[in-house]
Design a protein. Structure first.
Length: 311
């Protein structure tokens, strides 16, 4: 299957980057190259983009999609948390813009053998980087019942987390849980039928939680935002698309802290902590997909775009 991914909030992101023709940009979640392609279309002869992704299929697909842009494009297989070191290797200290399109891609969901989808029966994998040894199977079978409860509660925000963890622990005592189909059936048994009928697929939240835990998605995001802002040139912009409240809260909080890092008590007449603002939030409220995009791209339903501009 070819790497197909519908870029969410594409026009809004490109507009938000305020692209300079001679600028240097980074797509930290390259995927199939949708956002990168549009960035390239706005670049002049001196402009360039670095695409970063940890998924080998994404690297291959983006390379093919962007090949006509030649030396403007550099593609690196890595995690965006290593952006600073990867740019340093390329001799780049600062950039004019960075974009992140977080979460799982359409391709990863639609490729059954990757194990991301609860709609297809496949081995429990869920690795965004297939070089990683640990898989979703290891979490489901080896985590303690309490740790499973914590993961499903915190990353899936599922009110039946305790019962789901209990059912998983009971099922694996009989035999190991190897496939997405097995796990989905166990989750169905753990959630009351009356709730399932009105709340969408019962496995959605648990699969999200396991994927986030396996790929350290929130940890990587939380630990990378300050550094990415530091990588921006004055006037450079960081555009981030999130798909659930956990990601969005992290981005919103980091942007606020970088805009106003002052730790002085509110009743102090002047700031004495010495912490200076790194820039401004350009999206007091997140940018959401319009009705037209929602009609043709189901992945856009929960998307939010936030933008920060470096001072």
């Amino acid at each position: 299957m070819g790497f197909e991914h519908k870029s969410v909030l594409l026009d809004e992101t490109i507009n938000g980057l305020n692209i300079r023709p001679d600028g240097t940009y980074v797509d930290g979640t390259l995927g199939g190259g949708g956002h990168a392609y549009e960035i390239c279309r706005h670049l002049g002869n001196k402009g360039s983009i670095v695409g970063i992704d940890q998924d080998a299929a994404a690297i291959t697909a983006a390379g093919a999609r962007l090949k006509d842009f030649g030396e403007k494009v550099t593609i690196v297989r890595s995690n965006y948390c290593d952006m600073k070191s990867q740019l340093h290797k390329l001799g780049i200290d600062r950039v004019d813009g960075i974009v992140l399109d977080l979460g799982v891609s359409s391709y990863q969901l639609d490729t059954a053998e990757r194990g991301f989808s609860y709609r297809e029966d496949a081995p429990l994998d869920m690795r965004m980087d297939t070089r990683q040894k640990m898989t979703a199977r290891d979490i489901v079978n080896d985590y303690s019942e309490m740790d499973l409860y914590r993961v499903i509660r915190d990353y899936g925000e599922d009110k039946f987390a305790k019962n789901i963890a209990k059912h998983i622990a009971a099922a694996r005592r009989e035999r190991s849980i190897e496939t997405t189909g097995q796990l989905t059936e166990i989750i169905r048994q753990a959630i009351p039928m009356k709730y399932q009928k009105k709340s969408g697929h019962p496995s959605k939240r648990t699969f999200q939680a396991i994927r986030i835990e396996l790929n350290r998605e929130l940890e990587v995001l939380r630990d990378s935002l300050d550094e990415m802002i530091d990588l921006l040139k004055p006037g450079g912009r960081l555009c981030i698309i999130t798909f659930h409240s956990l990601e969005d809260r992290i981005v919103k909080s980091a942007f606020k802290k970088n805009e106003n890092p002052c730790t002085c008590p509110s009743d102090f007449p002047v700031c004495v902590c010495g912490k200076e603002s790194k820039g401004s939030i350009l999206t007091r409220k997140p940018i959401l997909p319009d009705e037209e995009e929602l009609e043709y791209n189901s992945r856009a339903k929960s998307a939010k775009l936030r933008i920060f501009e470096r001072r």
